[in-house]
Design a binder for this molecule. Structure first.
Ligand SMILES: Cc1cc2nc3c(=O)[nH]c(=O)nc-3n(C[C@H](O)[C@H](O)[C@H](O)COP(=O)(O)OP(=O)(O)OC[C@H]3O[C@@H](n4cnc5c(N)ncnc54)[C@H](O)[C@@H]3O)c2cc1C
Ligand SMILES: *[C@@H]1O[C@H](CO)[C@@H](O)[C@H](O)[C@H]1NC(C)=O
Ligand SMILES: *[C@@H]1O[C@H](CO)[C@@H](O)[C@H](O)[C@H]1NC(C)=O
Length: 389
C-alpha cells in the first residue's frame, strides 16, 4: 500500500519514518516534548539522535510575584513516565528527521506545495494531510474550517542566563504569575545557557503580519508595566534584545466532527486536524501520538481489518484524547490569566494539582504514559472479532 503524506513538518516526517519502519513506502525556535511524544520518537529512532542535542528537565514550576512556588508538576520524569522532558530547537529536530528520512530512502519532494487535490482516488489508496494549521488538504473537504484566534498571545525573546538575577534555589523552567498574566522563563540549549522568555496576555485580534515586522513595538509591549514584575523578570526584560523579538498569537482549529474525508481516503493529522492553544504544551506532542497510532493501524490492514473501520477506530480514540487535552489546556489557560480575572473564575476552571503530588500520584499518567501501539493492536483485535462474528 502506498501513502502520500502532504506536509513535511513534525507530524509528516515522523509519520514517514513510522510507516517506513512498517515497510509501507511513503512520499511525501524550540519546543518542549513530553514522554508521550518521546516514546513515539524513540520508536522511529529519532529520540537517540536528539537526546544529546536537547536540554533535559522534569518539573514545570509556577511562581508568584514573591518567588513562592504556587504549583509544580512533572512534564517529564524518567521514574514516572520513562523519559525526562526535553526542550529542543525545532530546526534541529526537523534536520534530524530529514536526515533519517533520507537515510532510509523514503521518497520526498521538498520545496513543493500541494495546491489542490483534484481526484482523491487517483493519489490513493490514501493521502494524509500533515500540512499544519492552515492545511490545504483540509480545505479540499472542509473548506469552511478556518483557524480561530484564541484571544491570547505570547510575546517572546531570548536572553543569556548570566544576564538574569536568579534567586538562590529558584527552579527553572518556571512560569512567573503577575498582575498582567504569565511570564515563562524556559532554559534551552543542552547546557541551559540560554533562556526563552515571554509574556503571555489577552490581546485583541491584530494585523499579525504587520506586528511580526515591528520588533520595536513588540519590545515596547513586553516592557509595559515592567515594575509590576518580580526582580528576576525585570532582569530578563532589561536583557531582552530587540532584534530577537517574536510573538505567537494562539490560534486553534475548532473541534472537527471528522478528520476523514467523506471518501475516508484522506486523513488529517497533527495541527491540520486539531491545532490547540499551547498552554499545556501538547501541540506537537499530540501530533506525534496521532501518527504513531495511525502507522501501527495501517500496518495491520487485512481483509478482516478494512481501512475504513480502522480509520474510524483511530479517529474515535484520537478525538477523545484531544478533547481531554483541550480541557486541560483550558484550565491551564485560566491559570495564566491576570490575577483580577482569575479571582472571578469558578472552582475547577483553573488547573491546579490538588493532590500536591506533582503528578506522582499518577494523575497525569493518562497524558504522559499512553501505550499507543498496544491501543492500536487492541482495536485491530476488536475489528477482527466484529468482522468474524
Ligand atoms: C512558537 C511555537 C512554540 C511551540 N511550542 C510547542 C511546544 O513546546 N510543545 C508542543 O508540543 N508544541 C508546541 N508548538 C505547537 C507545534 O509546533 C505544532 O503543534 C506542531 O508543529 C504541529 O505539527 P504538524 O506537523 O501537524 O504541523 P507543522 O509543524 O505546522 O507542519 C506542517 C508542514 O506542512 C507544510 N505545508 C503547509 N501547507 C502545505 C502545502 N499546501 N503543501 C505541502 N506542504 C505544506 C509546512 O511547510 C510544514 O512543513 C509550538 C508552536 C509554536 C508556533
Ligand atoms: C497560517 O496562516 C496565517 C495567516 O496567513 C499565518 O500568519 C501563519 O503563519 C500560518 N501558520 C502556519 C503554521 O503556516
Ligand atoms: C499596565 O497597567 C495599567 C494600569 O494598571 C493597566 O491598565 C494595563 O492594562 C497594564 N498593561 C498590561 C499589558 O498589563
Amino acid at each position: 500500500m502506498a501513502v502520500a503524506i502532504i506536509g513535511g513538518g513534525l507530524a509528516g516526517l515522523t509519520l514517514a519514518l513510522a510507516l517506513h519502519d512498517l515497510n509501507i513506502p511513503a512520499t511525501g525556535g524550540g519546543i518542549m516534548l513530553s514522554p508521550n511524544a518521546l516514546r513515539v520518537l524513540d520508536s522511529v529512532g529519532i529520540y537517540k539522535k536528539i537526546r544529546d542535542k536537547s536540554l533535559q528537565f522534569d518539573v514545570l514550576t509556577f511562581k508568584d510575584g514573591q518567588y513562592k512556588t504556587t504549583d509544580e508538576y512533572y512534564f517529564g520524569s524518567k521514574k514516572l513516565y520513562g523519559y525526562h522532558a526535553i526542550r529542543i530547537m525545532r530546526k534541529q529536530l526537523l534536520d534530524e528527521m530529514k536526515a533519517m528520512v533520507r537515510e532510509r530512502q523514503i521518497p520526498t519532494h521538498y520545496e513543493s506545495k500541494l495546491v489542490s487535490i483534484t481526484r482523491p482516488r487517483r493519489i490513493c489508496p490514501s493521502s494524509i494531510g500533515a500540512d499544519g494549521i492552515n492545511s490545504t488538504v483540509r480545505g479540499t473537504f472542509l473548506p469552511q474550517v478556518k483557524p480561530v484566534y484564541a484571544g491570547f498571545m505570547g510575546i517572546n525573546s531570548v536572553v543569556q542566563r548570566p544576564q538574569l538575577r536568579i534567586p538562590e534555589g529558584y527552579s527553572l523552567p518556571a512560569t512567573v504569575m503577575g498582575k498582567a498574566g504569565a511570564f515563562p522563563l524556559v532554559p534551552q540549549k543542552p547546557d541551559g545557557s540560554e533562556l526563552f522568555i515571554g509574556s503571555q496576555r489577552r490581546f485583541p485580534e491584530a494585523d499579525w503580519e504587520a506586528l511580526r515586522k515591528d520588533k520595536q513595538e513588540l519590545y515596547d509591549m513586553m516592557q509595559e508595566n515592567k515594575s509590576d514584575w518580580p526582580d528576576i523578570v525585570q532582569s530578563a526584560l532589561e536583557a531582552t534584545p530587540v532584534d530577537q523579538m517574536g510573538f505567537w498569537a494562539f490560534h486553534g482549529i475548532p473541534p472537527l466532527a471528522s478528520w476523514l474525508s467523506d471518501s475516508k481516503r484522506i486523513i488529517l493529522v497533527g495541527d491540520a486536524a486539531h491545532a490547540i492553544p499551547p498552554t499545556a504544551g501538547q501541540g506537537a506532542n499530540q501530533a506525534f501520538e496521532d501518527v504513531r497510532a495511525l502507522a501501527t493501524l495501517l500496518s495491520e490492514l487485512s481483509p478482516d481489518v478494512p481501512f475504513e473501520k480502522a480509520a474510524a477506530q483511530w479517529q474515535a480514540y484520537r478525538q477523545d484524547r484531544i478533547k481531554r487535552v483541550l480541557d486541560l489546556t483550558m484550565q491551564m489557560n485560566a491559570k495564566r490569566l491576570p490575577e483580577s480575572e482569575r479571582a472571578k473564575m469558578p472552582p475547577g476552571a483553573i488547573w491546579s494539582d490538588q493532590s500536591l503530588t506533582r503528578g506522582e500520584g499518577g494523575e497525569l499518567r493518562w497524558l504522559y504514559d499512553p501505550d499507543l501501539a498496544k491501543e492500536a493492536k487492541k482495536w485491530v483485535e476488536e475489528i477482527k472479532q466484529a468482522s468474524q462474528s
